[in-house]
Structure formats: C-alpha cells, structure tokens
Ligand binder design. Structure first.
Ligand code: ADP
Ligand code: ASP
Ligand code: MG
Length: 424
C-alpha cells in the first residue's frame, strides 16, 4: 500500500461540480488501496478576489492581515472537498496549515517552510481517512498565519510528500502536463513526457507557472518524483525526476515567458568600488530578489546600473533604491514595468553552441529589440517590450521546431533527435 500526495489547483476545484468530480477521483484512488493525502488550492479566482477586496480598502494592507485573509480561500475548498468525500462514503478529514504542523519563517505573504510536524496527519491516515490539507499556508513561530507566495499550494504538497515519505506527488491541474510553451499561448505546444528537475527548476523560475519554483527545489533536493497531469482526464501527464541517460535531451526543451517583471535603472552612479554592494545589500535586506543586472561602461567616472525585479517587488525595490541613490549621489532613477522576460531552456544546450545566436536572430527578424540578456548553462533569457511577448514566444517555438508533430504524439521526442538538431 503506497502513500500518494495529490494536489488539486484552483481550476480543478473551481466549482461545486468540479469538487464532486475530484472527490470521485480521490475515492477511486483510495479504493485501489493507496493512502491519499490531498492538498487543495483556493477555488479559481478566489485568491484574486480576496486580494482585490483588501486593495479596495487600503493601498497598502498589512502583510500579516493579508495572510489571514488569503489563507481563507484554501480553507473553504478543503472543507468543501472533505464534505464531498464523506458524502460519497470516503472517510476524510480536512486540515489547515496549522493543524498539519506546517511551520514557516516570519516573511508574511512569501514565507518559507521551516518544518512540518506531521504526527497528526499520520494518525488520521492510520485511521484510514483521506487527509485534505488547505495548501498555501502555515504558521510562524508566534502562531500567526503565513502564506507561501502565489502558487504556494504546490510547495505545500511537495513538502508534505517529502515529510510523509510519499511514493510520489501528483499535481493535478488544467493542462495535461508540462509543455514546450504555455499551451494557452502556443496552441501547437507539445507535451513533454519527462523533464529533469534541473530543467524544471529553470522553467519554473523563468515563468512556467504550472509549478511554483520552491516546490521543484524541494522535489529536487529530496528526490521526490513529481507528476503533473490533468484533473479532467486520465492522460499520464509529465514525470519530473532525476535526469537519466534514457531521458529526452532536446537542445531546447521549451520557451518560457514572464510578464511579471520590471526594470529599474540608476543613472549617473559614481564608478567606485562598493557602490553596487551598497545597492544590492540594501535590496537583499528588504527581501527583494534581483534577477538580471547590467552595468554600462563607465564614462567620465559615472556609470548606469539596470536590474530587474518582479512587479510584486517593484514598489519595495524603488523605495530602497531611492534611498541608496541619494546616499551615493546617483543622478536619476527610472523604472519600467512594461517589460517581459523571454527564455529558452534545455539541458542539451550544455553541449551545443549557436543556440543564443538563433534566439537573437529570431527576435531580430521579428523586429523585437533586446534590452537585457542573461545566460546559464541551460538557458538564455532576454528582456523585451512586454507587448511583443506572444510574438516572441511563438516565433521562438517555431524557430526551435518545438511544435507538436502528429506522428510523434504520445512518443518520447528522443525518438526524433535528428529533426530537432537540424533546426539548429
Ligand atoms: P493550478 O491552478 O492548477 O495550480 P496554474 O494556473 O497555477 O494551475 O498552472 C497551470 C497553467 O500554467 C496552465 O493553465 C498554463 O496556462 C500555464 N503554463 C505556463 N507555462 C506552461 C508550460 N510550459 N506547460 C504547461 N502549462 C504552462
Ligand atoms: N491560492 C493561491 C494562489 O492563487 C495558492 C495556489 O493556488 O497555489 O496563488
Ligand atoms: Mg498553480
């Protein structure tokens, strides 16, 4: 008898009918003999609705209060799903983050998990009940409710799977798996059968919102197999696991985009040692994560520094940057939230050259200006004007020949390496 953690996202529990259908799926899995722990998101749209309500009252609501407010969405869906399970004769118990013993640090609205004391959960499982956990939430050491950042139920699920030593963690969502690009933007995107943790980490950090980044970090660290699949059908989905020799290794596995980006430029910065350290230390102290950074060539003892942050961090980042800019006597600060980051990802890039050039040529053919570039062993990212996002993603998908091929549907692309290589 295996223990499986199943996570259902917002659309999967978006209506009462959907909740009933999900309950049937869970009951069937339980009947087949496995122990099931379920983690749920809030019903689709609920978290945004709650956020909107708070912002109608205040421009700057306290993060502590936002956490209590937002965590209520997951409590509602976990209770409703438990009621649905019990109604069809599948004994189940709902639990909040606190009841599941999920302890986090103190960073309200983007807390990190510190530990999970899953004793209560284990005893409910021993009584042969399904446990239905409200995802996305925990409590800090003071006992205040915290949340794990947008999409955080994925992370609750994987962390629980690790602590309970589950056989695997299944992420049920509204698409059939992880695709070569967002299937809602690129209609001929192809579903990937397997993806390595390493690639998935890049994909998640570069905007493939199908999995929250932290959840992939946990899965990789503890080698927890993840399966992303649809809650609407029985297709096998995408397996995310350790890379092995048999796995598909296309040069480029996918095209990601992230519109949730903003650029800050500090102009006329004195070109002296310690200036960048001052600025980026202050940003780190304010818990602002900085992504790309470029510094121009110095002219007459002054230089310009540009960097990107998520739009969520833009206001905090501007406050900190203004303060530091005054101290270091910089000339001017500007910000631009109308940007997007477009990335190509692929484990096979490690051993191929010319991939970045193909990306730049493709963007140039479409007359799309590149504002910033960053690379790693397995990705290349470019910042562009956000209005060209769809055009860029589709053009790159085409240029790297990633589209679904009816002849290959359902097969592992490893069977067609020549075709992929030819395009490069
Ligand atoms: P859930 O509510 O189930 O957590 P999300 O909306 O967070 O679902 O994530 C699923 C969505 O992720 C899909 O509807 C799809 O639009 C988007 N997505 C973006 N990039 C990808 C990708 N490469 N593969 C699959 N889905 C993707
Ligand atoms: N409900 C939260 C959100 O919308 C968490 C989640 O869905 O995973 O971000
Ligand atoms: Mg999600």
């Amino acid at each position: 008898m295996a223990l499986i953690v199943q996570k259902y996202g917002g659309t999967s529990v978006g209506t009462l009918d959907r909740i009933k259908q999900v309950a049937e799926r869970i009951a069937a899995a339980r009947k087949s003999g496995d122990h099931i722990v379920v983690v749920v998101s809030a019903m689709a749209g609920e978290t945004n609705k709650l956020l909107g309500m708070a912002h109608q009252i205040s421009d700057n609501p306290a993060r502590r209060e936002m956490d209590l407010l937002l965590s209520s969405g997951e409590r509602i869906s976990s209770a409703l799903l438990t009621i649905a399970l019990n109604a069809i004769g599948c004994p189940a118990v709902s639990m909040t983050g606190r009841q599941i013993g999920l302890q986090t640090d103190n960073t309200h609205t983007r807390a990190r998990i510190v530990q999970i004391d899953a004793e209560r959960c284990k005893s409910v499982l021993k009584d042969n009940h399904v446990v239905v956990v409200a995802g996305f939430q925990g409590v800090n050491q003071k006992g205040d409710v915290t949340t794990l950042g947008r999409g955080g139920s994925d992370t609750s699920a994987v962390a629980l799977a690790v602590v309970l030593k589950a056989e695997r963690c299944e992420i049920y969502t509204d698409v059939d798996g992880v695709y070569t690009a967002d299937p809602n933007m690129v209609p001929d995107a192809r579903k990937l059968n397997t993806v390595s943790y390493e690639e998935m980490l890049e994909m998640a950090s570069l905007g493939a919102k199908v999995l929250q980044l932290r959840c992939v970090e946990f899965a990789k660290k503890y080698n927890m197999p993840l399966i992303v699949r649809s809650s609407y059908n029985n297709e096998p989905g995408t397996l995310i696991c350790q890379e092995d020799a048999k796995m598909e290794q296309p040069v480029v596995s996918g095209i990601m985009y992230d519109k949730n980006q903003a650029k800050i430029t500090v102009k006329g910065v004195p070109d002296q040692p310690g200036i960048a350290a001052n600025l980026f230390n202050a940003l780190a102290e304010a818990s602002v994560s900085v992504d790309m950074i470029i510094q121009n060539i110095s002219a007459e003892g002054h230089t310009d520094i540009s960097f990107t942050v998520t739009t969520e961090h833009l206001a905090d980042a501007m406050t900190v940057t203004k303060k530091v800019a005054e101290e270091i006597r910089a000339e001017k600060i500007t910000s631009d939230a109308d940007i997007a980051k477009i990335s190509i990802v692929g484990a096979g890039m490690k051993s191929h050259s010319g991939i970045a050039a193909t990306m730049f040529n493709t963007l140039s053919r479409e007359n799309i200006n590149i504002m910033m570039i960053s690379t790693s062993e397995i990705k290349v990212s470019c910042v562009i004007d956000h209005k060209y996002t769809e055009l860029a993603v589709r053009a790159l998908h085409e240029a790297f020949d990633l589209k679904s091929d009816p002849a290959l549907q359902g097969n592992n692309v490893a069977s067609a390496p020549d075709k992929k290589m030819k395009a490069l």
